[in-house]
Design a protein around this ligand. Sequence first.
Ligand code: F6R
Length: 243
Amino acid sequence: FENSSKASLAVASEMASLIRKKEAEGKPCVLGLATGNTPKLVYIELVRLHREEGLSFRNVYSFNLDEYYPIAPDSPQSYVRFMKEMLFDHVDIPEDHYFIPDGRLPMDRIPAFCKEYEQKIEELGGLDIQLLGIGSNGHIGFNEPGSLVDSKTRLIALNHTTRAGAASDFGGLSATPKKGITLGVKAIMSARRVILMAWGESKADVIKLAVEGPVTERIPASYLQAHPNTTFVIDEASAQQLT
Ligand code: F6R
């Protein structure tokens, strides 16, 4: 796409069509959602579609990709807060329909929580659409380089690049969480549809590696080359290294 605005409208429109189709079929629509800068315009458009064009989220279930650990859900940097402010507080999604990894859990309860998180997705019939951004190191969710293609939902140590990128939100690197809880690569790869978005020149190198480079655990987004229904929705600036 020429720019991120046009691209985001197209992504929101595809999501809205699916939400409406599932509603008409009387089935739940199960979304995998991302945070960060990349999906913001998609959420703004989904809120507009709800307010102005009657798009209802009563039939939607959503599972966020990741959360910092440890973090309180009401802290300014938490992804719970981000999702409420960007989307959930402005649409009619029931409060018990959205799920975000819990950054407050005691460490010994995380494995069971992660297992249940994946089970809930499966009980609802699996992810209909997984929305992704991409880290400049190739991460998807918090699946940092080195994450295996069959990795599970889990607690993971964040890379220096990831923490450095988040440091300004936390008021410095030392205050930035060292860990995160992330949906595993296997669950992402199980989604029926994956849309990875990237905007701007700073993502151009990693987009080239993910799309044209070898499939490797060094660039977890490259695993998507083997996914049967993935689209990379990118702007011209992030596409400039592609041959
Ligand atoms: C966020 C997430 C991350 C981001 C990635 C890009 O839920 O899963 O993988 O998508 O770090 O972040 P932005 O969009 O801020 O460039």
